[in-house]
Design a protein around this ligand. Structure first.
Ligand SMILES: Cc1cc2nc3c(=O)[nH]c(=O)nc-3n(C[C@H](O)[C@H](O)[C@H](O)COP(=O)(O)OP(=O)(O)OC[C@H]3O[C@@H](n4cnc5c(N)ncnc54)[C@H](O)[C@@H]3O)c2cc1C
Length: 445
Protein backbone atom coordinates (compact mmCIF):
# COMPACT_ATOMS: atom_id res chain seq x y z
CA UNK A 1 0.00 0.00 0.00
CA UNK A 2 1.53 3.32 -1.06
CA UNK A 3 0.33 6.76 0.05
CA UNK A 4 -1.98 8.11 -2.67
CA UNK A 5 -1.38 11.80 -2.13
CA UNK A 6 2.34 12.10 -1.51
CA UNK A 7 1.68 13.01 2.13
CA UNK A 8 3.83 11.55 4.91
CA UNK A 9 2.45 8.39 6.48
CA UNK A 10 2.70 7.43 10.14
CA UNK A 11 1.92 3.77 10.79
CA UNK A 12 1.04 2.77 14.36
CA UNK A 13 1.34 -0.92 15.24
CA UNK A 14 -1.28 -1.61 17.92
CA UNK A 15 -4.37 0.48 18.54
CA UNK A 16 -4.58 -0.12 22.29
CA UNK A 17 -4.33 2.57 24.94
CA UNK A 18 -1.06 3.90 23.58
CA UNK A 19 -1.72 3.58 19.85
CA UNK A 20 -5.26 4.98 19.85
CA UNK A 21 -4.44 7.97 22.07
CA UNK A 22 -1.42 8.64 19.86
CA UNK A 23 -3.53 8.50 16.68
CA UNK A 24 -5.92 10.98 18.27
CA UNK A 25 -3.06 13.29 19.25
CA UNK A 26 -1.44 13.09 15.79
CA UNK A 27 -4.66 13.93 13.97
CA UNK A 28 -5.38 16.97 16.14
CA UNK A 29 -4.36 20.39 14.96
CA UNK A 30 -1.87 21.00 17.78
CA UNK A 31 1.19 19.03 16.66
CA UNK A 32 0.91 20.86 13.32
CA UNK A 33 1.41 17.72 11.24
CA UNK A 34 -0.17 17.11 7.88
CA UNK A 35 0.21 13.35 7.63
CA UNK A 36 -1.86 10.22 7.11
CA UNK A 37 -2.14 8.14 10.25
CA UNK A 38 -2.78 4.40 9.93
CA UNK A 39 -3.37 2.04 12.86
CA UNK A 40 -2.86 -1.70 12.44
CA UNK A 41 -4.61 -3.76 15.10
CA UNK A 42 -6.10 -7.25 15.16
CA UNK A 43 -9.23 -5.79 16.77
CA UNK A 44 -11.37 -2.80 15.83
CA UNK A 45 -11.65 -1.86 19.50
CA UNK A 46 -9.33 -1.50 22.43
CA UNK A 47 -10.00 -2.77 25.91
CA UNK A 48 -10.45 -0.26 28.70
CA UNK A 49 -8.50 -2.58 31.01
CA UNK A 50 -9.34 -1.01 34.36
CA UNK A 51 -12.95 -2.18 33.82
CA UNK A 52 -12.15 -5.63 32.37
CA UNK A 53 -12.46 -7.55 35.63
CA UNK A 54 -15.78 -5.82 36.44
CA UNK A 55 -17.04 -6.65 32.96
CA UNK A 56 -15.99 -10.28 33.35
CA UNK A 57 -17.76 -10.57 36.71
CA UNK A 58 -20.95 -9.00 35.40
CA UNK A 59 -20.78 -5.63 37.24
CA UNK A 60 -20.93 -3.95 33.84
CA UNK A 61 -22.04 -5.15 30.40
CA UNK A 62 -19.11 -6.77 28.60
CA UNK A 63 -19.01 -4.43 25.60
CA UNK A 64 -18.91 -1.42 27.92
CA UNK A 65 -15.25 -2.05 28.73
CA UNK A 66 -14.28 -1.67 25.08
CA UNK A 67 -13.65 1.45 23.01
CA UNK A 68 -14.25 1.33 19.22
CA UNK A 69 -11.05 2.61 17.57
CA UNK A 70 -12.81 4.12 14.53
CA UNK A 71 -15.00 6.27 16.75
CA UNK A 72 -12.21 7.16 19.13
CA UNK A 73 -9.75 8.30 16.45
CA UNK A 74 -12.00 8.99 13.44
CA UNK A 75 -9.37 10.84 11.42
CA UNK A 76 -6.99 7.88 11.46
CA UNK A 77 -7.30 4.88 9.13
CA UNK A 78 -7.63 1.45 10.73
CA UNK A 79 -6.45 -1.82 9.23
CA UNK A 80 -7.87 -4.74 11.19
CA UNK A 81 -4.93 -7.03 10.69
CA UNK A 82 -2.26 -9.14 12.32
CA UNK A 83 1.21 -7.57 12.19
CA UNK A 84 3.49 -10.16 10.60
CA UNK A 85 6.92 -8.76 9.68
CA UNK A 86 8.98 -5.62 9.26
CA UNK A 87 11.38 -4.47 6.55
CA UNK A 88 13.23 -1.47 7.96
CA UNK A 89 15.35 -1.08 4.78
CA UNK A 90 12.30 -0.51 2.58
CA UNK A 91 10.28 1.06 5.42
CA UNK A 92 7.49 -1.49 5.09
CA UNK A 93 5.27 -3.39 7.51
CA UNK A 94 3.84 -6.72 6.39
CA UNK A 95 0.43 -7.66 7.72
CA UNK A 96 -2.44 -10.04 7.18
CA UNK A 97 -5.97 -8.67 7.23
CA UNK A 98 -8.25 -10.52 9.65
CA UNK A 99 -10.23 -13.08 7.62
CA UNK A 100 -7.77 -13.05 4.71
CA UNK A 101 -4.68 -15.21 4.20
CA UNK A 102 -2.85 -12.91 1.80
CA UNK A 103 0.23 -11.10 3.11
CA UNK A 104 0.14 -7.37 2.32
CA UNK A 105 2.53 -4.52 2.99
CA UNK A 106 2.27 -0.83 3.82
CA UNK A 107 5.04 1.76 3.61
CA UNK A 108 5.74 4.23 6.37
CA UNK A 109 7.67 7.42 6.93
CA UNK A 110 7.39 6.99 10.70
CA UNK A 111 6.62 3.74 12.49
CA UNK A 112 5.30 3.61 16.06
CA UNK A 113 5.42 0.30 17.91
CA UNK A 114 2.62 0.13 20.50
CA UNK A 115 1.89 -3.60 20.60
CA UNK A 116 1.45 -3.87 24.38
CA UNK A 117 2.27 -6.85 26.55
CA UNK A 118 1.20 -10.41 27.26
CA UNK A 119 0.92 -12.36 30.50
CA UNK A 120 4.33 -13.62 31.63
CA UNK A 121 4.37 -17.40 31.76
CA UNK A 122 7.37 -19.05 33.38
CA UNK A 123 9.16 -21.85 31.51
CA UNK A 124 7.73 -25.28 32.33
CA UNK A 125 11.02 -26.12 34.09
CA UNK A 126 10.21 -23.39 36.68
CA UNK A 127 6.41 -23.68 36.88
CA UNK A 128 4.73 -26.48 34.95
CA UNK A 129 1.17 -26.71 33.66
CA UNK A 130 0.40 -22.97 33.44
CA UNK A 131 -0.33 -22.88 29.71
CA UNK A 132 -2.39 -26.05 29.88
CA UNK A 133 -4.50 -25.40 32.98
CA UNK A 134 -4.40 -21.78 34.15
CA UNK A 135 -6.72 -18.92 33.22
CA UNK A 136 -5.40 -15.46 32.33
CA UNK A 137 -6.81 -11.93 32.55
CA UNK A 138 -5.85 -10.13 29.37
CA UNK A 139 -8.40 -10.59 26.58
CA UNK A 140 -12.15 -10.09 26.65
CA UNK A 141 -12.57 -13.84 26.22
CA UNK A 142 -10.38 -14.45 29.31
CA UNK A 143 -12.73 -12.45 31.51
CA UNK A 144 -15.79 -14.25 30.16
CA UNK A 145 -14.12 -17.66 30.44
CA UNK A 146 -13.40 -17.12 34.15
CA UNK A 147 -16.99 -16.08 34.78
CA UNK A 148 -18.39 -19.01 32.79
CA UNK A 149 -16.07 -21.35 34.62
CA UNK A 150 -17.31 -20.08 38.00
CA UNK A 151 -20.96 -20.62 36.98
CA UNK A 152 -20.23 -24.09 35.62
CA UNK A 153 -18.43 -25.03 38.84
CA UNK A 154 -21.31 -23.83 40.98
CA UNK A 155 -23.73 -25.95 38.93
CA UNK A 156 -21.53 -29.02 39.20
CA UNK A 157 -20.73 -28.55 42.90
CA UNK A 158 -24.42 -28.17 43.67
CA UNK A 159 -25.28 -31.44 41.93
CA UNK A 160 -22.70 -33.75 43.53
CA UNK A 161 -22.81 -35.51 46.91
CA UNK A 162 -19.13 -35.67 47.87
CA UNK A 163 -18.44 -32.72 50.25
CA UNK A 164 -14.64 -32.84 49.72
CA UNK A 165 -15.03 -32.78 45.96
CA UNK A 166 -17.47 -29.86 46.26
CA UNK A 167 -14.82 -27.92 48.21
CA UNK A 168 -12.18 -28.72 45.60
CA UNK A 169 -14.43 -27.57 42.79
CA UNK A 170 -15.09 -24.29 44.55
CA UNK A 171 -11.48 -23.55 45.46
CA UNK A 172 -10.10 -20.71 43.31
CA UNK A 173 -6.34 -20.08 43.40
CA UNK A 174 -4.95 -16.74 42.22
CA UNK A 175 -1.21 -16.62 41.52
CA UNK A 176 0.13 -13.05 41.73
CA UNK A 177 -1.06 -10.66 44.44
CA UNK A 178 -0.41 -7.33 42.75
CA UNK A 179 -3.05 -4.98 41.29
CA UNK A 180 -4.71 -7.34 38.76
CA UNK A 181 -4.66 -10.37 41.07
CA UNK A 182 -6.23 -8.42 43.91
CA UNK A 183 -8.88 -6.94 41.62
CA UNK A 184 -9.74 -10.45 40.44
CA UNK A 185 -10.01 -11.84 43.97
CA UNK A 186 -12.06 -8.85 45.13
CA UNK A 187 -14.63 -9.06 42.31
CA UNK A 188 -14.75 -12.81 41.70
CA UNK A 189 -15.16 -13.66 45.38
CA UNK A 190 -18.22 -11.41 45.57
CA UNK A 191 -19.58 -12.84 42.31
CA UNK A 192 -19.22 -16.49 43.41
CA UNK A 193 -20.57 -15.94 46.93
CA UNK A 194 -23.56 -13.93 45.73
CA UNK A 195 -24.32 -16.45 42.99
CA UNK A 196 -24.03 -19.34 45.46
CA UNK A 197 -27.15 -18.06 47.27
CA UNK A 198 -29.14 -19.63 44.42
CA UNK A 199 -27.69 -23.10 45.02
CA UNK A 200 -29.29 -25.07 47.85
CA UNK A 201 -26.44 -27.56 48.34
CA UNK A 202 -23.63 -24.99 48.52
CA UNK A 203 -22.74 -23.27 51.78
CA UNK A 204 -20.33 -20.39 52.34
CA UNK A 205 -17.75 -22.81 53.82
CA UNK A 206 -17.60 -24.72 50.54
CA UNK A 207 -16.10 -21.69 48.74
CA UNK A 208 -12.41 -20.80 49.13
CA UNK A 209 -10.15 -18.23 47.50
CA UNK A 210 -6.37 -18.40 47.93
CA UNK A 211 -3.70 -15.95 46.76
CA UNK A 212 -0.02 -16.78 46.28
CA UNK A 213 2.39 -13.87 46.02
CA UNK A 214 6.17 -14.22 45.75
CA UNK A 215 6.75 -10.81 47.35
CA UNK A 216 6.65 -10.54 51.11
CA UNK A 217 3.43 -8.51 50.85
CA UNK A 218 0.40 -8.10 48.62
CA UNK A 219 0.11 -4.97 46.43
CA UNK A 220 3.85 -4.26 46.40
CA UNK A 221 3.16 -1.09 44.30
CA UNK A 222 1.18 0.46 47.16
CA UNK A 223 2.57 2.06 50.32
CA UNK A 224 2.98 -0.51 53.08
CA UNK A 225 0.13 0.67 55.30
CA UNK A 226 -2.39 0.38 52.44
CA UNK A 227 -1.05 -3.03 51.49
CA UNK A 228 -1.48 -4.18 55.12
CA UNK A 229 -5.01 -2.78 55.23
CA UNK A 230 -6.00 -4.55 52.01
CA UNK A 231 -4.49 -7.82 53.28
CA UNK A 232 -6.51 -7.59 56.53
CA UNK A 233 -9.71 -6.88 54.59
CA UNK A 234 -9.25 -9.88 52.33
CA UNK A 235 -8.26 -12.15 55.25
CA UNK A 236 -11.43 -11.07 57.10
CA UNK A 237 -13.43 -12.23 54.09
CA UNK A 238 -11.81 -15.65 54.40
CA UNK A 239 -9.33 -15.30 51.52
CA UNK A 240 -6.24 -17.48 52.16
CA UNK A 241 -3.11 -15.36 51.70
CA UNK A 242 0.35 -16.84 51.14
CA UNK A 243 3.05 -14.19 50.73
CA UNK A 244 6.68 -15.06 50.05
CA UNK A 245 5.29 -18.17 48.34
CA UNK A 246 4.42 -19.33 44.85
CA UNK A 247 3.15 -22.26 42.89
CA UNK A 248 5.50 -24.66 41.11
CA UNK A 249 3.05 -27.05 39.44
CA UNK A 250 -0.42 -26.41 38.07
CA UNK A 251 -2.65 -29.42 37.38
CA UNK A 252 -6.30 -29.70 36.41
CA UNK A 253 -7.35 -30.67 39.94
CA UNK A 254 -4.59 -29.34 42.22
CA UNK A 255 -1.53 -27.12 42.50
CA UNK A 256 1.77 -27.85 44.20
CA UNK A 257 3.01 -24.78 46.05
CA UNK A 258 6.64 -23.71 46.50
CA UNK A 259 6.77 -25.52 49.87
CA UNK A 260 5.71 -28.77 48.20
CA UNK A 261 2.12 -28.77 49.56
CA UNK A 262 -0.47 -30.38 47.30
CA UNK A 263 -3.50 -28.08 47.27
CA UNK A 264 -6.74 -29.42 45.76
CA UNK A 265 -8.49 -26.83 43.59
CA UNK A 266 -10.05 -26.63 40.16
CA UNK A 267 -9.36 -23.09 38.94
CA UNK A 268 -6.00 -21.32 38.83
CA UNK A 269 -5.92 -17.71 37.65
CA UNK A 270 -2.46 -16.55 36.61
CA UNK A 271 -1.75 -12.84 37.16
CA UNK A 272 1.96 -13.09 37.96
CA UNK A 273 3.42 -10.37 35.77
CA UNK A 274 3.59 -9.28 32.15
CA UNK A 275 6.21 -9.28 29.41
CA UNK A 276 6.50 -7.26 26.15
CA UNK A 277 4.52 -8.65 23.23
CA UNK A 278 6.62 -11.54 21.79
CA UNK A 279 5.66 -10.50 18.23
CA UNK A 280 8.40 -7.84 18.56
CA UNK A 281 10.97 -10.63 18.15
CA UNK A 282 9.44 -11.38 14.75
CA UNK A 283 9.93 -7.77 13.59
CA UNK A 284 13.47 -7.69 12.25
CA UNK A 285 15.60 -4.60 12.81
CA UNK A 286 14.06 -3.49 16.12
CA UNK A 287 16.52 -2.85 18.96
CA UNK A 288 15.22 -5.11 21.75
CA UNK A 289 16.49 -5.28 25.33
CA UNK A 290 17.05 -8.50 27.29
CA UNK A 291 13.38 -8.58 28.33
CA UNK A 292 12.23 -8.43 24.70
CA UNK A 293 11.03 -4.81 24.95
CA UNK A 294 11.77 -2.08 22.37
CA UNK A 295 14.69 -0.08 23.77
CA UNK A 296 13.98 3.63 23.33
CA UNK A 297 15.57 6.93 24.19
CA UNK A 298 13.81 9.38 26.52
CA UNK A 299 12.16 11.02 23.47
CA UNK A 300 10.54 7.65 22.48
CA UNK A 301 12.83 7.14 19.45
CA UNK A 302 14.01 3.51 19.24
CA UNK A 303 17.75 3.34 19.89
CA UNK A 304 19.82 3.50 16.68
CA UNK A 305 16.88 4.47 14.43
CA UNK A 306 15.60 7.81 13.15
CA UNK A 307 11.96 7.04 12.33
CA UNK A 308 10.91 4.16 14.60
CA UNK A 309 9.28 5.05 17.91
CA UNK A 310 8.03 3.05 20.88
CA UNK A 311 5.45 3.57 23.60
CA UNK A 312 3.28 1.76 26.16
CA UNK A 313 3.87 -1.68 27.65
CA UNK A 314 6.08 -3.01 24.82
CA UNK A 315 8.65 -0.20 25.01
CA UNK A 316 11.31 0.56 27.57
CA UNK A 317 11.45 4.36 27.70
CA UNK A 318 13.50 6.00 30.46
CA UNK A 319 11.51 8.42 32.60
CA UNK A 320 12.84 11.48 34.43
CA UNK A 321 14.56 9.27 37.05
CA UNK A 322 16.30 7.22 34.33
CA UNK A 323 14.23 4.12 35.12
CA UNK A 324 11.83 2.71 32.50
CA UNK A 325 8.34 4.20 32.75
CA UNK A 326 5.94 1.62 34.30
CA UNK A 327 3.63 -0.45 32.04
CA UNK A 328 0.34 1.24 32.85
CA UNK A 329 -2.53 2.73 30.88
CA UNK A 330 -2.17 6.07 32.68
CA UNK A 331 1.44 6.20 31.43
CA UNK A 332 0.64 5.19 27.82
CA UNK A 333 -2.12 7.82 27.64
CA UNK A 334 0.18 10.61 28.77
CA UNK A 335 3.03 9.44 26.54
CA UNK A 336 0.80 9.95 23.48
CA UNK A 337 0.84 13.78 23.19
CA UNK A 338 4.59 13.91 23.95
CA UNK A 339 5.36 11.38 21.25
CA UNK A 340 3.07 13.18 18.76
CA UNK A 341 4.93 16.42 19.48
CA UNK A 342 8.29 14.70 18.93
CA UNK A 343 7.26 13.23 15.56
CA UNK A 344 6.05 16.71 14.55
CA UNK A 345 9.36 18.18 15.74
CA UNK A 346 11.35 15.77 13.52
CA UNK A 347 9.17 16.61 10.53
CA UNK A 348 9.56 20.33 11.14
CA UNK A 349 13.32 20.11 11.71
CA UNK A 350 13.14 20.99 15.41
CA UNK A 351 14.89 19.05 18.20
CA UNK A 352 12.86 16.45 20.09
CA UNK A 353 12.21 16.70 23.82
CA UNK A 354 12.58 13.86 26.34
CA UNK A 355 9.16 12.74 27.56
CA UNK A 356 9.03 11.92 31.22
CA UNK A 357 5.72 10.62 32.45
CA UNK A 358 5.60 9.64 36.11
CA UNK A 359 3.08 7.65 38.07
CA UNK A 360 0.22 9.82 39.36
CA UNK A 361 -1.16 7.23 41.72
CA UNK A 362 -2.53 3.74 42.13
CA UNK A 363 -6.12 2.80 42.90
CA UNK A 364 -7.23 -0.76 43.59
CA UNK A 365 -10.81 -1.91 44.14
CA UNK A 366 -11.19 -4.79 46.61
CA UNK A 367 -14.87 -5.57 46.04
CA UNK A 368 -17.64 -5.09 48.63
CA UNK A 369 -17.41 -1.30 48.20
CA UNK A 370 -13.88 -1.17 49.55
CA UNK A 371 -10.63 -0.08 47.95
CA UNK A 372 -7.20 1.43 48.52
CA UNK A 373 -5.83 4.55 46.83
CA UNK A 374 -2.47 6.32 46.89
CA UNK A 375 -2.56 9.47 44.77
CA UNK A 376 0.00 12.25 44.91
CA UNK A 377 0.85 11.64 48.57
CA UNK A 378 -2.78 11.12 49.61
CA UNK A 379 -3.43 7.65 51.01
CA UNK A 380 -6.94 6.47 51.66
CA UNK A 381 -8.72 3.18 52.12
CA UNK A 382 -12.26 1.90 52.54
CA UNK A 383 -15.44 3.17 50.91
CA UNK A 384 -14.02 6.53 49.78
CA UNK A 385 -11.08 4.88 48.01
CA UNK A 386 -13.49 2.56 46.20
CA UNK A 387 -15.81 5.47 45.29
CA UNK A 388 -12.79 7.45 44.08
CA UNK A 389 -11.70 4.49 41.90
CA UNK A 390 -15.13 4.38 40.31
CA UNK A 391 -15.36 8.17 39.85
CA UNK A 392 -11.88 8.46 38.31
CA UNK A 393 -12.29 5.56 35.91
CA UNK A 394 -15.78 6.69 34.96
CA UNK A 395 -14.37 10.10 34.02
CA UNK A 396 -11.46 8.49 32.19
CA UNK A 397 -13.73 6.19 30.16
CA UNK A 398 -13.59 7.59 26.62
CA UNK A 399 -16.87 8.85 25.09
CA UNK A 400 -19.86 10.23 26.96
CA UNK A 401 -22.21 7.49 25.77
CA UNK A 402 -19.90 4.78 27.23
CA UNK A 403 -19.67 6.69 30.50
CA UNK A 404 -23.46 6.81 30.75
CA UNK A 405 -23.71 3.09 29.93
CA UNK A 406 -21.18 2.16 32.62
CA UNK A 407 -22.92 4.38 35.17
CA UNK A 408 -26.28 2.81 34.28
CA UNK A 409 -24.78 -0.68 34.71
CA UNK A 410 -23.47 0.22 38.15
CA UNK A 411 -26.80 1.70 39.21
CA UNK A 412 -28.76 -1.34 37.98
CA UNK A 413 -26.37 -3.60 39.83
CA UNK A 414 -26.88 -1.70 43.05
CA UNK A 415 -30.62 -2.48 42.97
CA UNK A 416 -30.95 -5.80 41.16
CA UNK A 417 -29.32 -9.20 41.35
CA UNK A 418 -26.57 -9.85 38.78
CA UNK A 419 -27.18 -12.11 35.84
CA UNK A 420 -25.54 -15.49 36.43
CA UNK A 421 -26.18 -17.08 33.05
CA UNK A 422 -23.21 -18.45 31.14
CA UNK A 423 -22.04 -16.86 27.94
CA UNK A 424 -20.86 -20.20 26.52
CA UNK A 425 -17.20 -19.25 26.18
CA UNK A 426 -15.68 -22.16 28.03
CA UNK A 427 -15.85 -25.28 25.87
CA UNK A 428 -12.82 -26.96 27.44
CA UNK A 429 -13.63 -26.46 31.08
CA UNK A 430 -15.86 -29.52 31.45
CA UNK A 431 -12.98 -31.78 30.46
CA UNK A 432 -10.71 -30.23 33.07
CA UNK A 433 -13.28 -30.08 35.85
CA UNK A 434 -14.09 -33.76 35.73
CA UNK A 435 -10.42 -34.70 35.46
CA UNK A 436 -10.48 -36.40 38.85
CA UNK A 437 -13.64 -38.40 38.13
CA UNK A 438 -13.84 -41.60 36.18
CA UNK A 439 -15.61 -41.31 32.82
CA UNK A 440 -19.36 -41.96 32.53
CA UNK A 441 -18.68 -45.23 30.78
CA UNK A 442 -16.34 -46.42 33.54
CA UNK A 443 -18.86 -45.40 36.24
CA UNK A 444 -21.50 -47.54 34.66
CA UNK A 445 -19.12 -50.42 34.32
C1 LIG B 1 -6.75 -6.70 33.87
C2 LIG B 1 -5.91 -5.45 33.73
C3 LIG B 1 -6.22 -4.33 34.50
C4 LIG B 1 -5.46 -3.16 34.36
N1 LIG B 1 -5.79 -2.08 35.13
C5 LIG B 1 -5.09 -0.93 34.97
C6 LIG B 1 -5.43 0.23 35.74
O1 LIG B 1 -6.35 0.19 36.56
N2 LIG B 1 -4.72 1.36 35.53
C7 LIG B 1 -3.69 1.43 34.62
O2 LIG B 1 -3.09 2.50 34.47
N3 LIG B 1 -3.32 0.35 33.91
C8 LIG B 1 -3.99 -0.83 34.06
N4 LIG B 1 -3.63 -1.93 33.32
C9 LIG B 1 -2.47 -1.87 32.43
C10 LIG B 1 -2.85 -1.23 31.07
O3 LIG B 1 -3.97 -1.84 30.56
C11 LIG B 1 -1.71 -1.29 30.08
O4 LIG B 1 -0.59 -0.67 30.65
C12 LIG B 1 -2.08 -0.55 28.79
O5 LIG B 1 -3.12 -1.21 28.13
C13 LIG B 1 -0.84 -0.44 27.87
O6 LIG B 1 -1.21 0.15 26.66
P1 LIG B 1 -0.51 -0.36 25.30
O7 LIG B 1 -1.06 0.49 24.21
O8 LIG B 1 0.93 -0.45 25.48
O9 LIG B 1 -1.04 -1.87 25.13
P2 LIG B 1 -2.52 -2.38 24.86
O10 LIG B 1 -3.53 -1.46 25.39
O11 LIG B 1 -2.55 -3.80 25.33
O12 LIG B 1 -2.61 -2.37 23.27
C14 LIG B 1 -1.87 -3.23 22.44
C15 LIG B 1 -2.67 -3.42 21.16
O13 LIG B 1 -1.87 -4.15 20.22
C16 LIG B 1 -2.71 -5.06 19.54
N5 LIG B 1 -1.87 -6.17 19.06
C17 LIG B 1 -1.03 -6.95 19.78
N6 LIG B 1 -0.38 -7.81 18.99
C18 LIG B 1 -0.80 -7.57 17.72
C19 LIG B 1 -0.48 -8.12 16.44
N7 LIG B 1 0.43 -9.09 16.29
N8 LIG B 1 -1.11 -7.62 15.35
C20 LIG B 1 -2.04 -6.65 15.47
N9 LIG B 1 -2.37 -6.06 16.65
C21 LIG B 1 -1.76 -6.53 17.76
C22 LIG B 1 -3.74 -5.50 20.58
O14 LIG B 1 -4.93 -5.95 19.94
C23 LIG B 1 -3.95 -4.21 21.37
O15 LIG B 1 -5.06 -3.46 20.90
C24 LIG B 1 -4.37 -3.13 33.44
C25 LIG B 1 -4.06 -4.25 32.67
C26 LIG B 1 -4.82 -5.42 32.81
C27 LIG B 1 -4.49 -6.63 31.96
Amino acid sequence: MVSQNGRKRIVILGGGFGGSYLAKALTKRSPGLDADVVIIDRNNYFIFYPLLVEAGCGSIELRHCTVPIREFAPKAELLMAEVAALDTERQRVHFQLVGDDQCRAIEYDHLVVALGSVTRIMPASVVSGVREHAFFVKRMSDAVMIRDRAVELLELANAIDDPEERKRLLHFVIVGGNVTGIEVVGELEVFVREASAQYHNISDEDITFTIYEFNQRLLAVMPENLSRWATRQLARRGVGIHTGAGVKEVHADHVVDSDGNVVPCSTVIWTAGITPNPVLKQLEGLPLNKFGGLQCQGDYLAVGTDNIWGMGDCASVPGPDGKPMPPLAQIAIRQAPQLAANIAAVEQGRPTTPGGVTLQGVLVPLGRHRGVAAIKGIRIHGFFAWAMWRAIYLLKTPRLSRRISVLADWLLNAFFRKDYTQLGMNPDSHREMIHSHASCEADEG
